[in-house]
Design a protein around this ligand. Structure first.
Ligand code: UT7
Length: 306
């Protein structure tokens, strides 16, 4: 049994925040941000639920499905609108769904954790036929707009897929990882901004993610040279370059949106997937690797035959 992606949708706020806008607010520059992160501008200004609803609706439209066709809904987010209930609840209601629904918090690795979870559910006895998986996060309300270590990176966005059961294997290999000893490197208490030890996160991410990608590839019996499409978490273009170098995947295979989206957490991988789809790279049979990492720290990789 496998699960193929039959719909992809995205949502970004209209409000654009450029590097020059940030340079007017804090001691930084467009040149520094572009060189050190690959970001030119980012989008901010919508709550998680709005972006989840918009991207979910677009994915269902592309799949040609109505709410009754969805058997399970997973929302990957670390920035719920409210403490209680989960943001899956309002999204579920607005999309008119009738199926089971829950939030999944694995920070920026959330979409990939959700992808593995959705596949496992579809594969389970009497499991769902179709799963709606959304990654949506609004980091801007949790960002200290005087902290140049985080404000240059964080943004808002949403991305969604519909997965449908198929009779041949599609998820060839996967790896889920976490190390709670690193939980203080990237954190935000109730009612306070997110703080980050950027340099340390960078180092842990490069090491953990490249090992995770290689583990997932090994389990799939696929070599790095055979990868057609890489959909990496969009945190810093230099992290993506370092992961490619360490894992042996050609950087040219990566589909990146970070220059205009910034880091919108669980949304970055479906946004990267939408770009790969628009570029015509997601052909049937293509080997597609997704890999994400984030607060926790958490990380997750999948190897999929499209
Ligand atoms: O989604 C998940 C998680 N988050 C991440 O993946 C973030 C990982 N970390 C990073 O992307 C990078 O560490 C940052 C972009 C946050 C920082 O880049 P860096 O290359 O690690 O910079 P740094 O902290 O090592 O600082 C280098 C220099 C320092 O100056 P000196 O001491 O060399 O004179 C900083 O004070 O750059 C300075 N600096 C800045 N200058 C202008 C640090 N941030 C800025 C800034 N603008 N925004």
């Amino acid at each position: 049994m496998g699960a193929k992606v039959i719909g992809i949708g995205t949502s970004l706020p209209e409000k654009v925040l450029t590097n020059d806008d940030l340079a007017a607010m804090m001691d930084t520059s467009d040149e520094w941000i572009r060189e050190r992160t690959g970001i030119r501008e980012r989008r901010i200004g919508l709550p998680t639920s709005t972006m989840a609803i918009e991207s979910g609706r677009a994915a269902m439209e592309m799949a040609g499905l109505g709410p009754d066709d969805i058997d399970l809904f997973i929302l990957a987010t670390t920035t719920p609108d409210q403490r209680v209930p989960g943001t899956a609840a309002v999204t579920h209601a607005e999309l008119g769904l009738g199926c089971g629904a829950f939030d999944l918090n694995a920070a920026c690795a959330g979409f990939t954790y959700g992808f593995v979870t959705a596949n496992a559910m579809i594969d389970a006895p009497s499991g769902p036929q179709r799963v709606l998986l959304i990654g949506a996060d609004a980091l801007s309300p949790l960002t200290d707009w005087s902290d140049r270590g985080t404000a240059i990176l964080f943004a808002d966005g949403g991305g969604a897929v519909v997965l449908e059961r198929t009779d041949h294997p599609t998820l060839l290999g996967w790896d889920l990882g976490a190390d709670g000893n690193h939980r203080r490197l990237l954190m935000g208490d109730h009612d306070s901004f997110i703080t980050m030890e950027g340099r340390d996160v960078f180092k842990v991410a490069v090491r953990a993610v490249s090992e995770s990608v290689l583990t997932a590839l090994d389990r799939a019996g696929v070599s790095p040279e055979e990868v057609d499409v890489l959909l990496p978490h969009q945190a810093n273009i230099r992290i993506i370059e370092a992961i490619c170098k360490r894992s042996g995947i050609d950087f040219a295979k990566s589909h990146n949106v970070i220059d205009h989206t910034g880091n919108n957490c669980a949304a970055t991988i479906p946004l990267s997937m939408a770009k790969a789809h628009a570029d015509g790279a997601l052909e049937p049979g293509a080997i597609v690797v997704m890999t994400g990492f984030g607060a926790g720290m958490t990380w997750a990789s999948t190897v999929v035959r499209w």
